[in-house]
Design a protein around this ligand. Structure first.
Ligand code: ADP
Ligand code: ZN
Ligand code: ZN
Length: 772
């Protein structure tokens, strides 16, 4: 038998299945979807079997080296999906397949030493040795004194435990071996017990266990067990809400769907979209099917998880970036084994290996995190639609501020429209606009307007809470020399370094470069080099100065970098340990604290100026979403938005909660500007250490694509990317605007396939979402 294998080499020339011989002993074992280790040139690589057949046209084929799975890792559906991804996002099949795996099932490549004459190294993996030894071994290998054999190494780190079972309690033990007696008696009582439980119960070492095992009193079996990162969450009893008529209509429409429709659930903040999700999923489970609920990474707060665990208990897997490699793998395995019916997770959970999907939901569908910005550059919505069609299931896109594209489709009837126009049990908070130009003119030089400070003080007096959003773009601190005007830039990227008070250090938020804050200007040696701009910590200090009685909890990159810090800070706020939660974008969504009655937005317009045609839309979303955190409980809320552009239509429509007016205005501007959803875009990014090479390659590509130009295809560029230099690479871009023709897609595919020039990297994004 022959296996058709996609090999883990992301390159155009090998982007196809290769034939490998299945050795006799594995004839019946190898099935499509399994990961295997295969020889490829001089290397051994990971491969995925996508088919088997009886014969091949090839004369000489190599055998598979090793099976990495006992059961297929990829279902038939996911193998097919990888083909769809490769075709629509223009990525390699291998890249598409690997993107679906939890990191633990991806592999790294290592070399095994083959040198019987060096017993201390022989048959060991080179990566285990200290760098000095590795160097030595490599030298010897180069001289031919020993051999290195490439191997595939799994990252899998399943948590292991031991089952201890009683075999024969009558075998005698020394009278003074108290620990042995203790352990034997414990096991006898239970007949079977987990070693981890023994360790939790009493003080005993592994050597005691080994002794009992050797004597034949117990037997020990090693097992892989699942970790439950949410085990500490209390499992309250769930009481189902009685739905409002709007919620019930939405649930009815979704659960009655038989056409695999896409729904837009357009519900204002606090309208109870989550209740609609819970009920719809419940009904899907009743029918014996499964569901995926996707949320933006940022709203995967313990609060949200708790709500789901409470409703669906053990049958939920939760997947997000805060989990360790092993925890992620455990969740994935539970899904693959069919132990789970509901998957809640961020973007990549769309690839969860469920086999009978009855519903897929994308909460906050407008979020940028639903677009993957590296290969495969997919929009989660498209993958959801594909999987839903495969299973005959509906897709629900939920948001208070849907993307213009989504809303336009709903208005055209392509999507089914489900509005929830009212808040559950309350009103949307009034949004008051404060003109910061007037504040400045009347002598207020602080970042806080007087109405905002007054309002915060009132809340503190009444024992209510305030959420303050610092629009991240307005709050970074860079370093400037007062004498020569030099700003400190990242040596690898065309961006200013950000000053972090914690540790007195400078960091690049794009490449991770870090340095100590210099004492003098590197350009003119002046001592007048200092941080400039307003950081979140500075804002906190000013606020503490203006309102000395405030207890402030600050959430930003610095205070949330530790694992679990996010959770701890929110818990403290929920318990009322702070009366102000001050933070960047990470506090804008998902929070549902009934005691928050005031929201303040500082520098609301900082995002209006970003060089992206979606700048207005993102600002409208931000103001609406964060204002939506106020007044969600019994108490009425208020939102205060500070701006230098009070007349701007984004600010005005957000003030009136008027999505429709915003939509109409913005659609006109998009039409005039020739932007989506009226046109499709494709973005080609060229990066190289040499700016000249990048630009000339861009010119070449623009020329090739230029032959397609007519009234429905426009090619622009090359021009320097908004982020003109990143990680030492100069970046140029070419933008193609078109009306969705297949020949444009084919031409872009050729652009990628033809590039073999090593010096310039070419990336094509057929649906660019964030420009950088
Ligand atoms: P959204 O996701 O639309 O912002 P949520 O689903 O978080 O709104 O609902 C807002 C608040 O109203 C939550 O505290 C939720 O428990 C409550 N709520 C919504 N619908 C109901 C209902 N039918 N019965 C009781 N409480 C509800
Ligand atoms: Zn200087
Ligand atoms: Zn950098």
């Amino acid at each position: 038998m022959i296996a058709e294998v996609i090999v883990d080499v992301p390159a155009a020339t090998v982007d196809r299945p290769f034939d490998y011989l299945i050795p006799d002993m594995w004839q019946d074992l190898v099935v499509p979807g399994m990961r295997v280790e295969v020889p490829f040139g001089p290397r051994a690589l990971l491969g995925v079997v996508i088919g088997t057949k009886e014969s091949t046209e090839l004369e000489r084929i190599k055998p598979i080296i090793r099976l990495l799975d006992e059961e297929p890792t990829f279902t038939h559906e996911l193998i097919e999906l990888s083909g769809f991804l490769a075709d629509t996002t223009l990525c390699y099949r291998a890249t598409a397949l690997l993107a679906m795996l939890p990191a633990a099932l991806k592999v790294s490549y290592d070399k095994e030493v083959d040198a019987p004459q060096h017993a201390q190294w022989d048959r060991k993996r080179i990566s285990q040795f200290p760098p000095e030894t590795q160097k030595r071994i490599l030298e010897l290998a180069k001289n031919g004194a020993l051999r290195l054999k490439p191997v595939v190494k799994e990252k899998k780190t399943a948590k292991r435990d031991k089952i201890v079972r009683l075999r024969d309690a009558s075998i005698p033990l020394a009278a003074n071996a108290t620990k042995q007696h203790e352990l034997r008696d414990f096991v006898r009582e239970r007949t079977e017990v987990l070693w981890s439980e023994v360790l939790r119960t009493f003080d005993v070492t592994a050597s005691v266990l080994t002794t009992l095992e050797k004597k034949g009193i117990v037997e020990v079996e090693e097992v892989e067990i699942g970790r439950d990162p949410y085990a500490h969450l209390t499992q309250d009893v769930f009481v189902p809400a009685s739905l409002t008529s709007g919620q019930q209509q939405a649930v009815d429409a979704i659960t009655a769907d038989e056409q695999a429709s896409t729904f837009l659930l357009h519900g204002v903040t606090g309208s109870g979209k989550t209740e609609v999700y819970l009920e719809s999923i419940h009904s899907v489970l009743e029918r014996g099917r499964q569901a995926i609920l996707l949320v933006p990474e940022i709203s995967l707060t313990p609060m949200m998880v708790k709500r789901f665990k409470k409703r669906f208990g053990e049958r939920v897997a939760v997947m997000h970036s805060g989990l360790s490699l092993g925890e992620k793998y455990d969740e994935w395995r539970k899904i693959a084994e069919g132990a789970v019916d509901v998957v809640v997770g961020a973007r990549s959970a769309i690839f969860a290996p469920l086999t009978d999907i009855g519903l897929i939901i994308l909460d906050e569908e407008h979020e940028t995190t639903y677009k993957q910005e590296e290969n495969p550059r997919y929009q989660t919505r498209d993958v959801a639609a594909w999987r839903a069609a495969y299973h005959g299931a509906p897709v629900v896109l939920g948001s208070a501020t849907p993307l213009l594209e989504t809303y336009a489709r709903a208005m055209k009837g392509v999507y089914r429209y489900l509005p929830l126009k009212e808040r559950f049990g309350g009103e949307l908070p009034p949004v008051d606009i404060v003109d910061m130009r007037k504040e400045l003119a009347s002598g207020n030089r602080t970042p806080f307007s007087r109405p905002l400070i007054e309002a915060i003080k009132q809340r503190i007096d009444k024992g209510e809470q305030t959420v303050l959003l610092l629009n991240r773009r307005g709050y970074t601190t860079f370093v400037l020399c007062r004498d020569c005007g030099e700003t400190l830039q990242c040596p690898h990227c065309a961006v200013n370094l950000t000053y972090h008070q914690h540790g007195d250090r400078l960091k690049c938020h794009y490449c991770g470069f870090e340095a100590a804050m210099p004492k003098t200007c590197p350009n003119c040696s002046s001592k007048k080099i200092r941080q400039f701009g307003t950081g979140t910590q500075k804002i906190e200090e000013e606020l503490a100065h203006l309102i000395p009685e405030a207890r402030i909890i600050r959430m930003d990159q610095d205070t949330t970098s530790r694992k679990g810090a996010h959770e701890t800070l929110l818990d403290r706020f929920e318990r009322g340990e702070g009366n102000i939660l001050l933070g960047t974008q990470m506090i804008a969504k998902g929070l549902d604290f009934p005691n928050v009655t005031l929201v303040g937005v500082l520098a609301a317009d900082a995002t209006l100026g970003i060089p992206d045609f979606r700048a207005s839309e993102r600002t409208f979303q931000l103001i609406t979403q964060v204002s939506g955190r106020a007044g969600r409980g019994q108490l009425a809320g208020q939102s205060i938005v500070q701006t230098y552009n009070p007349e701007h239509y984004v600010i005005q429509t957000a003030k009136r909660h008027d999505f429709e007016a915003f939509y109409k205005r913005e659609m006109q501007l998009r039409k005039l500007g020739g932007h989506p959803p009226f046109w499709f875009l494709a973005l080609i990014t060229l990066s190289s250490e040499s700016p000249l090479e990048a630009e000339s390659e861009g010119r070449l590509i623009a020329g090739e694509l230029g032959v397609l130009e007519d009234e429905s295809v426009v090619v622009n560029g090359p021009f320097p990317a908004p982020l003109a230099r990143l990680k030492n690479q100069y970046r140029y871009q070419v933008i193609v605007k078109h009306k969705g023709q297949r020949d444009v897609h084919d031409a872009l595919k050729r652009v990628l396939a033809d590039r073999i020039k090593q010096k310039v990297q070419v990336a094509v994004d057929v649906n660019p979402f964030v420009f950088m």
